[in-house]
Design a protein around this ligand. Structure first.
Ligand SMILES: Nc1nc2c(c(=O)[nH]1)N[C@H]1C(S)=C(S)[C@@H](COP(=O)(O)OP(=O)(O)OC[C@H]3O[C@@H](n4cnc5c(=O)[nH]c(N)nc54)[C@H](O)[C@@H]3O)O[C@H]1N2
Ligand SMILES: Nc1nc2c(c(=O)[nH]1)N[C@H]1C(S)=C(S)[C@@H](COP(=O)(O)OP(=O)(O)OC[C@H]3O[C@@H](n4cnc5c(=O)[nH]c(N)nc54)[C@H](O)[C@@H]3O)O[C@H]1N2
Ligand code: SF4
Ligand SMILES: [Mo]
Length: 689
């Protein structure tokens, strides 16, 4: 049988793999693609196990009576119910009462089609997606500072050439194992890596320095590093003068972040702060990379901004093997935030409130610009208002399992139950699908064509290696059919949709106009912006200038703020949440892979032995964590690698997000997944979750 070159279904590394259909199963082999160079993690290696998994959804499901069970149905019945629900809600409450929640795992074509479906076929403003929970803070900060949000402004291979890398709230050893080859190569050549993480992760364990701050104090840390850089004469004055604006206000703001004070605020020793600055400034080329640990806070945008300020002051951005980047997470986390499934956005990273952007996209879509809705509200705000006056009454969820992954899930579950009608498109019956009125079975990655944009901004091809099961459709087909029933014909052919996306993005920030399926194939991916077919694409940004009105990068003054919720007498510890190597996101896929659940069968809360002792907890005991919003039971894993005032819980199972705080960053509307206050107690009976 023929082999098909494609990419992993999971994270933003988008490791190359080859699939060969065989009887009875598909053979999956790693591929020598420029990003993974033959490497795969345990999730990638086992991804094909889900193609013929017995839990797979094979027909639409419909709930005939409220409270009754989900039963198998035909596509016609399912889609008829959906169109009826849409019409009824829009007649009664207006167009915005029907909304969609998308995902950063969707191909560019599907993300684009979903945004267009909501704006044009539904005429609704109500759309947002799980990237709001993921990338939004770093994206907002990069847009402010650099005029563009491309997670890494350079290929990943540049990391190997950096002399110093500062990783803030990033654990690639677990989140993107094959990417470690670049850090390892750097280290072999004498590079110094500094990891900022409240836990001694596998990434931190291999680094030259590990800074272990209290969660939520990364902004103070960055301002403290800049303070030292100013005092010790490390600021690149020529670069600052020639290529930036706004430094003076930032310099003044950092005056009060003297090292002793920053040590008190963060818990990081002054000597380590000084060593970090010295390495960044003198052991170049130097890079600063942030990920969710720094960004998923009620001050996440300003925190990312503070690291951008530091990178600009040291003259790193736009120099070879240097700069600032954010490590994008989901498979299409980058492309998914460029083409219109975000509440305020049109394709090509255009803004929905920009008249010129509206005119351009409306012309491609063949409508009047006035017919385009206004920007809608962000993900958690939309969820928080489901079923209320002015809120969404009929919600379509594609590629997200919000019942597990949204913050404050007890509230979100209440709101989902208050909907008139919930539609979920998924591969499996997720916790969210269990609440739906209609569940639509969708094709998996190996069964569809499309493009994805990886963490480097490299647009790559997802290719079909085998057909989906007979009664399973992909989301493009589903959206086109639904749109047709609502009176507007749309294509379900990925190439046709991609060509339309190219036109819609032309001239925008994320310009895909010159990218074709053939070029992607020939060139091992094409980096955007790529405005014409004879343009080589842009692997590296900022060498000559910034896409801001005056061509300069902007410093933005930022000040430390305490996390929205601080520990107190009743909830004395900080809970932070994140990832384990063997599970992916809400776990709806990876909890069904035997090899992965054998390796990690249940959620484990990481607790320092001192804290455990205080509460009579031994390794392997069940513990109950409680916050103001809910409780969760997890298995204790004692580790002296975590701060004694901090508990870490993975969110791959229901539970962690019953605890988390929905406090939103004021700029990005990112929830504070990485810091809330909890109490802990030994749990005597029952099982984890
Ligand atoms: N195995 C696996 N890999 C994944 C995923 C997955 O679910 N599983 N998901 C993918 C996605 S969508 C994403 S977004 C990426 C995320 O990739 P990462 O951001 O690397 O992963 P996280 O575990 O969320 O957070 C990283 C680290 O931040 C630390 N941290 C917590 N609070 C703070 C804090 O206040 N300050 C600092 N400095 N650090 C803190 C945590 O201890 C954790 O080690 O991973 C991608 N890869
Ligand atoms: N406490 C806490 N919560 C977090 C985070 C954290 O660090 N801590 N991280 C946040 C982050 S960074 C992220 S990215 C989110 C992720 O959380 P979710 O958005 O829940 O991500 P997934 O679990 O990947 O959900 C994707 C769903 O879509 C299905 N799916 C896969 N491909 C397709 C497709 O092509 N079409 C359709 N229709 N369905 C598909 C999968 O089976 C799965 O059910 O969680 C956020 N929540
Ligand atoms: S690192 Fe990411 S893309 Fe690579 S195999 Fe693992 S999950 Fe897949
Ligand atoms: Mo993410």
């Amino acid at each position: 049988m023929t082999a098909t070159d494609t990419h992993c279904p999971y994270c933003a590394l988008q490791c190359g793999m080859t699939l060969t259909p065989e009887i009875p199963r598909v053979r999956l082999e790693p591929r020598d693609f420029p990003v993974n160079k033959g490497g795969l993690c345990a999730k990638g290696f086992t991804a094909a196990d889900l193609l013929d998994h017995r839990d797979r959804l094979l027909t639409p499901l419909v709930r005939k009576d409220p409270g009754g069970p989900l039963r198998e149905a035909t596509w016609d019945e399912a889609l008829t119910r959906i169109t009826e629900a849409i019409r009824a809600a829009q007649e009664r409450y207006g167009p915005d009462a029907v909304g969609a929640f998308g995902g950063g795992g969707l191909t560019n074509e599907k993300a684009y089609a979903l945004g267009k479906f909501v704006r044009v076929s539904l005429r609704s403003a109500s759309i947002d997606y799980n990237g709001r929970f993921c990338m939004s803070s770093a994206a907002t900060a990069a847009n402010r500072a650099l005029g563009i949000d491309r997670g890494l402004p350079f290929p990943l291979e540049d990391v190997a050439k950096a002399g110093t890398v500062l990783l803030v709230g990033a654990n690639p050893a677990d989140a993107m194992p094959p990417s470690m080859q670049y850090l390892d190569a750097g280290r072999e050549n004498g590079a110094r890596h500094i990891v900022v993480d409240p836990r001694r992760t596998n990434t931190a364990a291999g680094a030259h320095l590990h800074l272990q701050p209290l969660p939520g104090t990364d902004l103070a840390l960055a301002n403290g590093l800049l303070h030292i850089a100013v005092r010790e004469g490390y600021v690149d004055d020529d670069y600052v003068a020639a290529r930036t604006t706004g430094f003076e206000a930032v310099r003044q703001a950092t005056n009060s972040y003297w090292p002793e004070r920053v040590e008190r605020m963060t818990g990081v020793a002054e000597s380590k702060l000084r060593e970090t600055v010295r390495l960044l400034a003198t052991n170049g080329p130097a890079m600063i990379l942030t990920a969710r640990g720094a960004e998923q806070h009620s001050n996440g945008t300003d925190t990312a901004q503070a690291y951008l300020n530091l990178a600009l002051a040291l003259g790193l951005v736009g120099r070879p093997f240097s700069g600032y980047g954010t490590i994008t997470g989901q498979g299409n986390g980058q492309g998914g935030r460029e083409h219109g499934q975000k509440a305020d956005q049109l394709p090509g990273y255009r803004k929905l409130d920009d008249p010129a952007a509206r005119a351009h996209v409306a012309a491609v879509w063949g409508i009047d610009p006035d017919e385009l809705p206004k920007p809608g509200v962000s993900a958690y705000e939309m969820l928080d208002r489901l079923g209320t006056d002015g809120g969404v009454r009929v919600l379509m969820v594609l590629a997200s399992n919000i019942a597990v992954s949204a913050p404050n899930t007890n509230r979100v579950l209440d709101r989902l139950k208050a909907l008139d009608f919930l539609v979920v498109s998924d591969i499996f019956r997720s916790e969210t699908a269990e609440l739906a009125d209609v569940v639509l079975p969708t094709a998996q990655w190996a069964e569809e064509e499309g493009t994805m944009t990886n963490l480097e901004g490299r647009v790559i091809r997802r290719k079909r290696a085998l057909p989906p099961p007979p009664d399973v459709r992909n989301d493009l087909e589903m959206l086109a059919e639904l749109s047709g029933r609502l009176g507007r014909a749309e294509s379900s052919d990925p190439r046709t949709v991609f060509d339309e996306l190219r036109r819609a993005s032309a001239g925008g920030i994320a310009d895909y106009a010159g990218i074709t399926y053939e070029r992607i194939e020939r060139e091992d991916g094409v980096f955007w912006p790529c405005p014409s077919e004879d343009h080589p694409g842009t692997p590296r940004l900022f060498a000559d200038g910034f896409p801001t009105p005056d061509g300069r990068a902007r410093f933005v003054r930022v000040e430390h703020r305490d996390p929205a919720e601080m520990p107190d007498k009743h909830f004395p510890y900080v809970l932070t949440t994140g990832r384990n190597m063997q599970q992916y996101q809400s776990g709806n896929q990876t909890r069904r892979v035997k090899a992965l659940t054998v390796a990690l069968p249940e959620p484990r809360a990481e607790i320092h032995p001192d804290l455990a002792r205080r509460h009579g907890i031994a390794d392997g005991d069940l513990v109950e964590l409680r916050s103001r919003r809910g409780a969760a039971v997890l298995r204790a894993r004692l580790s002296d690698g975590i701060r004694p005032d901090t508990v870490f819980a993975p969110f791959h199972w229901p539970g962690a997000n019953a605890l988390t705080s929905p406090a939103l960053d004021p700029h990005s509307r990112m929830p504070a997944f990485k810091a809330c206050a909890v109490a802990i107690a030994k749990h005597e009976r029952g099982s984890a979750q």
